[in-house]
Design a protein around this ligand. Structure first.
Ligand code: ADP
Ligand code: MG
Length: 695
């Protein structure tokens, strides 16, 4: 495929703004553009025309069906297809798609988790068109489907999905950013601020035949057993190495399919662990970036399948080596169209920039547990704090130079600011901040990387909405408090720059404990963080509790992002999902041990015992001490495995999650020991070495 083809392919399957123009009247087009760009309410009068345009376009792409595409709280996307077809009463048919069908759907999706939000009498869920995310075509093997991005809510309008709160949080943040912007003399009438996001997505690929030999991968997406091979990622020789032809073919197909969907896939490379890779797109406006990431995960899985591979998106498919995450690159564009996290050229712009940095410090420090909760899941619990993954302790990396600036703000009072070395807000120019990658700290969960923050604790399988909804809301709240204080002082006749300076100084003094530029992977940091009073919530149930803390409810209700009932429903849903995953994993581990591993071990013990007897019978003076020791080792492990298996059953019976986790780990350690004692040709599971290296 040459470069020409590739640009022609781009967004071929998307009902883009450009495409829309060819299918809509000028009037409808203008009105819809206002909704998409300025976020005005959709004019219902144009719905029929837009639906008809979409239908005509979709039919030209071979579509037979349409679907409202949404993101329930399961972490996946959902769709229910309807054919365009309707009988015409003359024995033929017409292709129908009305404005009503475009705007609202009633998928009757009563089986999705609602955490108690929907009683049975109001079990219906409704989907509502999100015109800000373009409709697209999903191609199937024999036809295609028009997909309409939607939000999913209950009869009374309560959010049942990830997208509704994300959109609300974007509005809340825009409101506060515009409020701050006005203080800096930036025009905001008819304008809005928005978040840009670029998710770097990590994933594993393994050959399908190995995947199919492993019940644990099939059922839980991760290996519940597996001994570490002699060589895995120690030499870091996979990272950025030449991409093998089979994988490159996969990546080429992947990029092509993503481009066709208008997803700007940009970077591809081998990651640290063998069999681990990464894909990163060009950043986009937040909610579109999230939609595109959800689609990217789907396309990753499908293209892998086409290549006889399986894409593992679990946060920790293999123990003892790197897990996978998403690096959620986040920034804010102001109503003036400028990235607010870019240090500016003049003191005025620097004041804007530093205010946002301080707002972020305030937000992350005040709500560290919530930020942790937004990335809590059974899968991510294995990753956070393990190999090359950020810890569960939230902190911010600013780099040396920006830290220095922040320290100067802390020291400086407006009075003493005439002395050298102290930043005077609105007056002093900033030193040039380095923008290249060399200065970056890969160990920080929340790192400033030149013109954006990179939140690295998001799990590879997660919908990034939750993390971003939270980020937007806590930053909106910090800006709200800053603006309130500024406005009161200015109203009382105080000078703007001096007031802002003292507000920022107070913030730095109070929240500087959240700054950490050192190595986040070390035990020293754990100790230091504890000294600073920074929370370290290592398990999901602990972290999730902050969803229903009184201050969380107050925060989310204040900004109109989530109500108490919505927060409670999320808490219940996520906790239940967590417990269900643990129980499924426990039962699966137990089945593998009892029906696959232990029988092999017993058979081999018999073979060994028979061998020892026959050797001793044949050779009078032989010494089979070591063979007997091997037999004894195996038999001890089998007993330990049987014991752990029984303990798992008791734990499951009682629903005791902590006990289950402990006994699963006991079982794993005996099974992994057995893997080293039993013949390879009898071992029923593909090994770590095979999965990581044979491709
Ligand atoms: P790295 O951080 O690995 O050096 P890049 O700086 O190229 O890589 O960016 C990684 C991701 O961050 C990409 O998806 C990129 O589009 C995204 N990104 C870059 N600038 C911004 C921004 N202003 N806002 C949001 N995401 C951004
Ligand atoms: Mg990065």
């Amino acid at each position: 495929m040459d470069a020409m083809d590739c640009s022609k392919l781009y967004a071929e399957d998307v009902f883009t703004i450009k495409t829309m123009r060819n299918f809509l009247s000028a009037k409808a087009n203008l009105s819809l553009m206002d909704t998409i760009i300025k976020r005005t309410n959709l004019d219902p009068a144009i719905a029929d025309e837009v639906a008809d345009a979409m239908k005509t376009w979709a039919l030209s792409k071979g579509a037979t069906h349409f679907t409202h595409w949404f993101q329930p709280l399961t972490g996946a996307t959902a769709e229910k297809h309807d054919a365009f077809i309707g009988p015409d009463r003359e024995g033929g048919c017409i292709m129908q798609f009305s404005g009503k069908e475009l705007i609202q759907g009633e998928p009757d999706a009563s089986s999705f988790p609602s955490g108690g939000l929907r009683a049975t009498f109001e079990a219906r869920g409704y989907t509502a068109w999100d015109p800000t995310s373009p409709a697209f075509i999903k191609r199937g093997p024999k036809g295609s489907t028009l997909c309409i991005p939607t939000v999913f809510c209950s009869y009374s309008g309560e959010a049942l999905d990830e997208k509704a709160p994300l959109l609300r949080s974007m509005e809340a943040l825009s409101k506060q950013v515009c409020r701050l912007a006005r203080h800096f003399g930036i025009e905001t009438t008819g304008k809005r601020a928005y978040v840009t996001m670029g998710p770097e997505q990590e994933y594993f690929l393994i050959d399908k035949r190995f995947y199919e030999s492993r019940l644990d991968l099939l059922q839980t997406g991760r290996t519940l057993f597996g001994r570490q091979p002699a060589k895995h990622q120690q030499m870091e020789d996979h990272y950025f190495s030449a991409i093998k032809p089979r994988i490159l073919a996969f990546m080429e197909d992947l990029d092509r399919q993503l481009w066709q969907l208008g997803i700007p896939a940009k970077t591809r490379h081998n990651e640290v662990c063998p069999a681990q890779f990464e894909i990163a797109p060009v950043f986009e406006e937040l909610s579109l970036a999230v939609d595109h990431n959800m689609l990217t995960m789907e396309v990753l899985r499908n293209v892998a399948e086409e290549h006889g591979l399986v894409c593992l998106l679990h946060e920790k498919p293999f123990a003892g080596v790197n897990g996978s995450g998403k690096h959620n690159n986040w920034s804010v564009v102001g109503p003036h169209g400028r990235n607010w996290l870019t240090p500016g050229d003049d003191p005025h712009e620097n004041a804007e920039f530093l205010t946002m940095i301080c707002a972020l410090m305030k937000a992350i420090d005040a709500h560290a547990t919530l930020l942790r909760a937004s990335v809590a899941s059974a899968g991510n619990d294995h990753r956070l704090g393990a190999n090359e993954a950020p810890p569960a302790i939230m902190s911010i990396f600013l780099g040396d130079q920006l830290t220095d600036v922040i320290e100067q703000i802390e020291k400086g009072t407006p009075k003493s600011s005439k002395k050298g070395g102290i930043i005077k807000i609105g007056v002093t120019s900033l030193p040039l901040l380095p923008r290249d990658a060399t200065d970056r700290n890969r160990t920080s969960p929340f790192a400033f990387t030149g013109n954006k923050f990179e939140f690295r604790a998001v799990g590879s399988s997660h919908n990034c909405s939750a993390a971003n909804t939270l980020l937007n809301t806590i930053v909106a709240d910090a800006l709200d408090e800053i603006c309130t204080e500024l406005e009161a002082a200015v109203a009382a006749g105080k000078e703007f720059n001096t007031t802002l300076q003292s507000i920022l100084q107070k913030i730095v003094k109070k929240h500087k404990r959240i700054l950490f530029n050192g190595d986040n992977y070390t035990d020293e940091w754990k100790a230091e963080a504890a000294k600073r009073g920074l929370p370290n919530l290592t398990s999901t149930p602990e972290a999730l509790k902050s969803f229903i803390a009184p201050q969380t409810i107050k925060l989310f209700e204040k900004h109109g992002v989530l109500s108490r009932r919505e927060l409670e429903s999320r808490y219940k849903t996520f906790l239940e999902a967590y417990e269900t995953i643990i129980i499924v994993e426990a039962n699966c581990a137990n089945t593998i041990a009892k029906t696959m591993i232990i029988p092999v071990a017993i058979k081999y013990q018999n073979e060994l015992a028979a061998y020892i007897t026959s050797v001793e019978k044949t050779l009078a003076k032989t010494n089979s001490k070591e063979s007997k020791k091997l037999l004894k080792d195996i038999s001890e492990q089998v007993e330990a495995a049987l014991k752990a298996s029984r303990a798992i059953e008791a734990g499951v019976e009682k629903g005791n999650i902590e006990k289950i986790l402990k006994t699963m780990s006991d079982l794993r350690s005996t099974v992994d020991t057995l893997e080293d004692l039993l013949p390879k040709d009898q071992w029923p599971l593909a090994s770590y070495a095979e999965m990581m290296f044979i491709m």
